[in-house]
Design a protein. Structure first.
Length: 277
């Protein structure tokens, strides 16, 4: 089966809430003001409360309390707020996944930690738009949720094969004909999110040096490996995925950077998990 077939037809994957697409359209419009965006988000009281909680969390570390959306958007930025809206709506969207098949609290802790690690790596490398790395890290395993929701029997077979040795991502490919990275990319494409984000999710297990998104995929790949090693949550994998030597070399980080980076990730992941979950 193709990866696209897992997100087509009558499967339990529809569209993101309309509020996200309204926010995304507004952010893409250069005429949109902070107050315009604030009014759009403000129409959803639950989303407003969650965003203000996130902005006031230790993750951002603002000294004074942020009480209005417009103030939050002014401080954080339109694109960053759009990314926060995407993150919080996606987490709510997948609340229906069977908790017996996959521990959802652990899954989201792993995903949040991976997003934070990717963001911190991007900061070290002085990459522009670091919040998009958080989103890519947060969504890197979203295809696994699609598989558990819509193909539970096949995923059970994959888990049984995986328990005999190897990685779950390889067992998915053997049993289903596509792995969660490919399915995740297909879902993001269906949701009409950026091609760059979809490609990063698709390639996070095996960054391709010939691809335009190589740096993004390499950052999320390293973040995923580090978070697995830290045992911050779990996405279903029992073992730490192998680190691509090519990706590590291309990122140009020093091993001395890792200890302070991991300490920040551990602290911030706990804070963000409490805020989101």
């Amino acid at each position: 089966m193709s990866a696209e077939s897992f997100v087509e037809g009558t499967v339990q994957v529809g569209t993101l809430p309309a509020i996200f697409f309204k926010v995304n359209q507004a952010v893409e419009d250069p005429e949109t003001s902070f107050s315009d965006l604030g009014r759009i988000i403000g129409a959803d009281s639950g989303l407003t409360a969650r965003l203000l909680k996130i902005v006031n969390s230790p993750y951002y570390g603002f000294e004074a309390s942020i009480e209005t959306l417009e103030h939050a958007i002014t401080l954080v930025g339109m694109q960053e707020v759009r990314d926060m809206v995407l993150a919080t709506t996606v987490i709510r969207y997948f609340r229906g996944v069977d908790g017996e098949a996959l521990n959802m609290a652990s899954f989201w802790l792993h995903s949040i930690a991976c997003g934070i690690a990717a963001r911190n790596i991007a900061v070290l490398r002085q990459e522009p738009g670091v919040e998009r790395y958080y989103v890519a890290g947060l969504l890197h395993d979203i295809g696994r949720l699609v598989l558990f929701m819509n193909h539970p029997s096949e995923m059970k077979d994959a888990l049984e094969r995986y328990e005999q040795g190897g990685l779950l991502v390889d067992a998915e490919l053997e049993v289903l004909g596509a792995d969660h990275a490919q399915v995740g990319a297909a879902l993001l494409a269906k949701w009409k999110l950026s091609d760059r984000l979809a490609a990063t999710v698709r390639d996070h297990h095996a960054p391709n040096s010939g691809a335009e998104n190589f740096t993004d995929a390499a950052i999320v790949h390293l973040a995923d490996v580090l978070v697995h090693g830290m045992e911050l949550g779990a996405s279903g994998e029992r073992f730490v995925p192998p680190l691509s030597a090519e990706a590590w070399k291309a990122l140009g980080l020093d091993t001395g950077d890792l200890a302070p980076l991991l300490a920040r990730v551990e602290l911030q992941a706990d804070e963000m998990a409490q805020t989101f979950l």
